[in-house]
Design a protein around this ligand. Structure first.
Ligand code: HEM
Ligand code: NAG
Length: 317
């Protein structure tokens, strides 16, 4: 019996080695540039100190990067003759922000490292983690060693980034295409514990929905009229500058801002998980960190694939 257990252990170790041979590692920059991670942390801290919302914006950038052909910094490429910039996709245009902070981090990191050795894709992943930490959330070891794409796809971004008008089955399917399950969907949607949304993204809900707390709808209508004022902001939860569980507490009270938020607690298969995150902050923290690592592992470029960009906005030629 003991020897059979031992053989099984050997097999599982072999499988682990075989599947991790070309994958990412938290220690990727340990020898290449030990100052890289502390530098990113310092600059994210400064950016968030200057404007708390920047933490939310940086977290979202990593998400929008990973969901479009993997975490390869494709979202950072500016329009160019061969680049159909993802910045012009519906979910990003006049919405995604934080690009200047990423530029600044890249410049500073390349300076401390002495050469451009840290990829823009890794900077996005580390900046997302450091943002969550700066706003009081959980920490995790970021897997590293991603390389940067030489292409971008606005078309793919329009196909793959979820819309705030999706119902639960559509959201589940959208995440499933990325290899993410319902638990990942609920945990990662907890990213909406920080940051803001524009009026046009939640207008229909606050005027037409029946699964909404009337007092909350009334409150939100004040700064989001039936027409116009499309870009007016509302917080995604009552404490948009703190990474807490208010987002889930709110869903349980039918105070979700986006249709896609309230869908997670609307009588379906994810209700119980929402309720448990609202009751047990530690469970949310643990699962959020786990799902962020999983999301960060979506289709990375490694080895000699892609490149390490010098300027995150442009492909090196
Ligand atoms: C589940 C599907 C999701 C949908 C439909 C969705 C949709 C949206 C929308 C419509 C906004 C407001 C954008 C604007 O008005 O300009 C937003 C903001 C935001 N989203 Fe999501 N999101 C989803 C999942 C996620 C995930 C997985 C994360 C991160 C883990 C995330 C992080 C954020 C953050 C932090 C903001 C605020 C950004 C800021 O204030 O600059 N979202 N999201
Ligand atoms: C409410 O729903 C109706 C019918 O779908 C639609 O015509 C109207 O524009 C919606 N109102 C708002 C403010 O979104």
């Amino acid at each position: 019996m003991a020897s059979r257990g031992y053989i099984l252990l050997q097999i599982s170790l072999l499988l682990t080695v075989a599947t991790t041979a070309f994958s990412l590692s938290p220690y990727y920059y340990k020898n290449i540039c030990p100052e890289a991670l502390p530098t990113i942390k310092k600059l994210v801290g400064a950016a968030v100190y200057k404007e708390r919302r920047m933490g939310a914006s940086l977290l979202r950038l990593h998400f929008h990067d990973c969901f479009v052909n993997g975490c390869d910094a494709s979202i950072l490429l500016d329009p160019a003759p061969n680049i159909d910039s993802e910045k012009n996709a519906a979910a990003n245009q006049n919405s995604a922000r934080g690009f200047e902070v990423i530029d600044q981090i890249k410049a500073e990191v390349d300076k401390v490292c002495g050469h451009p050795v840290v990829s823009c894709a890794d900077i996005l992943a580390v900046a997302a983690r450091d943002s969550v930490v700066a706003l009081g959330g959980p920490s995790w070891k970021v897997q590293l060693g991603r390389r940067d794409s030489t292409t971008a796809s606005r078309t793919q971004a329009n196909l793959d980034l979820p819309s705030p008008f999706m119902d639960l089955p559509a959201l589940i399917n959208n995440f499933k295409k990325q290899g993410l399950n319902q638990r990942d969907l609920v945990a990662l949607s907890g990213g909406h514990t920080i940051g803001f949304a524009q009026c046009f993204t939640f207008r229909n809900r606050i005027y037409n929905a029946t699964n909404i707390d009337p007092a909350f709808a009334k409150e939100r209508r004040v700064t989001c009229p039936p027409t116009g004022e499309n870009t007016n902001l509302a917080p995604l939860d009552p404490t948009p500058a703190f990474f807490d569980t208010a987002y889930f507490n709110n869903l349980v009270k039918q105070r979700g801002l986006l249709i896609s938020d309230q869908e997670l607690f609307n009588g379906g298969s994810t209700d119980n998980l929402v309720k448990s995150y609202s009751l047990y902050p530690e469970a949310f923290w643990k699962d959020f960190a786990k799902s962020m690592i999983k999301m960060g592992n979506i289709k990375p470029l490694t080895g000699n694939q892609g490149q390490i960009r010098v300027n995150c906005r442009k492909v090196n030629y």
